[in-house]
Design a protein around this ligand. Structure first.
Ligand SMILES: NC(=O)c1ccc[n+]([C@@H]2O[C@H](COP(=O)([O-])OP(=O)(O)OC[C@H]3O[C@@H](n4cnc5c(N)ncnc54)[C@H](OP(=O)(O)O)[C@@H]3O)[C@@H](O)[C@H]2O)c1
Length: 410
């Protein structure tokens, strides 16, 4: 495992320092008595893609009350946000109502933005913390993303050690390894490997996730029972195909190809992980103390070539034509310049897509090979498995996108 540290600028030294946990954060309080069969769980990111499935998994597999940190103006609105979000994914049941407890706050603020006494009351009641929140933005620099992706994590670590120690299950990203030091030819990165800080770490988002990841690792070393979960690209549910936030580049790109009727010839490998595989694995792993102190890599064991993926899209009734990337970019620019007033919305979509292709993103990034022995061991004997990227999965995604109007029918 390479261990080089390359601090080429002052800013990078500063970023690395952000991954140091303050001395006053300690885990000396007794462990919650209910940490294996929790009465009360604290969850961040429940209004997001992965968070809503973690919420669903916890509601279905435990009897715990789930306190969800939500940005909202009042409790009624916060509860409605959570119910609407679960409903939009087809997950809400009336019987869940009393167990979903909104906590109005913001991760970027001290005490999560809560009144101090509410914060301490929660710290005494919560048995386990799941942290799925994050600001995913490939355009902004580290400094913009730091409050949500770094300070929020630190706040959660502090919270986990307060009054009673609560296991923390943290969603990081495989992007913490996307730098030239960790990504050498034929390198296999295991879950025991430490992601190194390196100037080449991709973008502000990757840097902010690296700091969050390292803070939780430092807390593990200091005695916090914690797990670190590093997914690759998260996509819709493997059975329902549900994916309501399609802002990630891959759905945008597939929509762009479908709308333009053509696709670029790329020789790249594409990976994606259905969200339900991550949520069910994560909640399952969190229930076993043998997993505390470990990290887990979520990637699809069956990645797919871009051209094979397009063949699966075409198998849904489309007839997309292959052209060079230069020609495809020209087609995209032509669509942006379309003078027709009725194409205003389309023009905005195409412009955003063009912009997204111009900034660093992970689609073209040559990934190291990953190993996920910890997950394989952790889910052995269960029915949990990652759905292959095959015709069945892609047809479910495309049908859902057609049903919700995200992309046109053939
Ligand atoms: N999506 C992927 O492909 C992918 C891949 C690897 C790792 N990850 C990581 O997985 C986690 C979940 O991703 P996701 O796709 O579920 O993200 P998402 O759909 O964008 O949801 C993000 C969640 O974080 C919340 N959040 C953001 N800033 C917050 C703040 N300041 N205070 C409170 N809540 C805040 C959002 O709340 P609002 O609804 O109020 O905005 C939302 O609930 C993230 O940590 C991400 O970095 C994602």
């Amino acid at each position: 495992m390479p261990s080089s540290i390359n601090l080429s600028t002052h800013q990078e030294a500063h970023i690395e320092n952000d991954a140091i946990l303050e001395d006053d954060i300690q885990f000396l309080a007794p462990l919650s008595q209910h940490y294996l069969a929790p009465n009360a769980v604290f969850l961040t990111g429940a209004t997001g893609l992965l968070g809503v499935y973690i919420l669903d998994e916890l509601l279905r597999t435990s009897s715990a009350n789930i306190y969800c940190l939500v940005r909202a103006i009042d409790e009624e609105f916060a509860q409605q946000r959570l119910i609407n979000h679960l409903t939009s994914y087809g997950l809400y049941k009336e019987e869940y109502f009393d167990r979903i407890l909104p906590v109005i706050g913001d991760l970027t603020e001290p005490f999560f933005g809560l009144d101090e006494h509410v914060y301490y009351e929660l710290a005494a009641e919560i048995d386990v913390v799941y942290y799925s929140a994050g600001w995913i933005n490939m355009l902004y620099p580290y400094s913009r993303l730091k409050p949500a992706n770094v300070l929020g994590v630190k706040e959660a670590i502090r919270f986990a050690g307060l009054i009673q120690t609560k296991p923390l299950h943290f969603v990081s990203s495989i992007a913490v390894f996307f730098n030239s030091a960790d990504n050498t030819e034929n390198q296999v990165l295991t879950e025991a490997d430490v992601p190194t800080f390196h100037a080449s770490l991709k973008g502000g988002y990757g840097k902010s996730k690296w700091v969050g990841d390292r803070l939780v690792a430092a807390a593990q070393e200091r005695g916090l029972p914690a797990t670190i979960h590093r997914p690759t690209r998260i996509m819709g549910h493997s059975i329902t195909g549900a994916l309501n936030d399609n802002s990630e580049l891959l759905p945008q790109l597939l929509k762009g190809c479908i709308k333009l009727g053509c696709y670029p010839t790329w020789d790249i490998e594409v990976t994606m992980v259905p969200v339900d595989y991550i949520s069910s694995t994560m909640v399952h792993l969190a229930a076993s103390p043998a997993n505390f102190g470990k990290a887990f890599h979520y990637f699809n064991p069956y990645p797919i070539r871009w051209l094979d993926l397009i063949a699966l899209v075409n198998a849904q009734g489309y007839n997309l034509k292959e052209i060079t990337y230069e020609q495809w970019l020209l087609a995209l620019k032509k669509a942006i310049d379309s003078p027709e007033e009725s194409h205003l919305e389309d023009r905005e979509f195409y412009s955003r897509l063009l912009l997204a292709l111009k900034v660093p993103h992970y689609l073209f990034y040559k990934r190291p090979h990953f190993d996920s022995k910890n997950i394989a061991e952790g889910i052995a004997g269960t029915e949990i498995s990652c759905h292959k990227i095959d015709n069945e999965l892609i047809s479910r995604y495309i049908r859902y996108w057609q049903k919700t109007g995200f992309c046109p029918k053939p």
